[in-house]
Design a protein around this ligand. Structure first.
Ligand code: ZN
Ligand code: ZN
Length: 221
């Protein structure tokens, strides 16, 4: 599968996710994210190729995991709580999503809070290095602010929306090493559904891991 490029983006209309927008069965559930390859089961979201969230014809929809979709909706109502802008030219946006997801899954598996602001004394020693990695990523917000004048995803979204189409189309070159770091919260209305999404990712990894193990054993036998 050819992965699509993942760019910081803004849309005129937000796809407002609510409890009711989780479709069961979700027609995209079995499809990997077209931006990073992650499967997300019922949490897989429709990415509208033409940017129009009312155009639900099949040709216009590809599967996106919630984190890759977040990168493309800087206008989301609670984006400031969900993500931060950081300066990290050495790592692609796709790699950063995979790294943040892995760190969040490690902490989730240990029953630890994802928030790096939680006091050090309240954390399990075994998870200290995962927190340190998240803190170091978040510390890259300072150089983003120095270069851009802001580390606010909302302010960048507003600036991107004001650009002429031809300039907006070149935003990857203009933004250089600017990346969106997911902070471990994703809101559907007032509810943070990220813990449920993490539980689904963990389950899917176990299922896929178990199936691959069984396949390997069959091959050996
Ligand atoms: Zn993805
Ligand atoms: Zn969308």
């Amino acid at each position: 599968m050819q992965l699509r490029s993942l760019s910081l983006s803004v849309h005129a209309s937000t796809l407002l996710m609510t409890a009711a927008s989780i479709m069961e069965p979700n027609p995209l559930a079995a499809q990997p994210c077209r931006f990073c390859g992650q499967v997300s089961g019922i949490w897989q979201e429709p990415y509208h190729l033409d940017g129009d969230h009312t155009n639900d014809v099949a040709d216009n929809l590809v599967a996106s995991c919630p984190l890759c979709h977040l990168v493309q909706h800087l206008e989301r109502p609670r984006i400031e709580e969900e993500a931060a802008l950081i300066w990290l030219p050495a790592m692609s946006q796709r790699a950063l999503i995979a790294l943040a997801r892995t760190l969040h899954l490690k902490l989730h598996a240990a029953g630890e809070p994802l928030d790096v602001a939680v006091a050090t004394s309240r954390r399990a020693e075994a998870c200290a290095h995962f927190y340190r990695a998240l803190q170091e990523l978040l510390a890259r917000a300072a150089p983003a602010k120095t270069r851009l004048g802001t580390s606010s995803p909302r302010e960048l979204g507003a600036a991107l929306r004001a650009l002429p189409a031809a300039v907006y189309a070149r935003r990857d070159q203009l933004l250089g090493g600017l990346r969106l770091l997911p902070l471990g919260r994703l809101y559907h209305g007032d509810q943070d559904v990220y813990p449920d999404i993490l539980a689904t990712w963990a389950n899917l990894a176990r299922t896929i891991g178990g199936r691959e193990k069984a396949d390997a054993e069959t091959t050996v036998a």
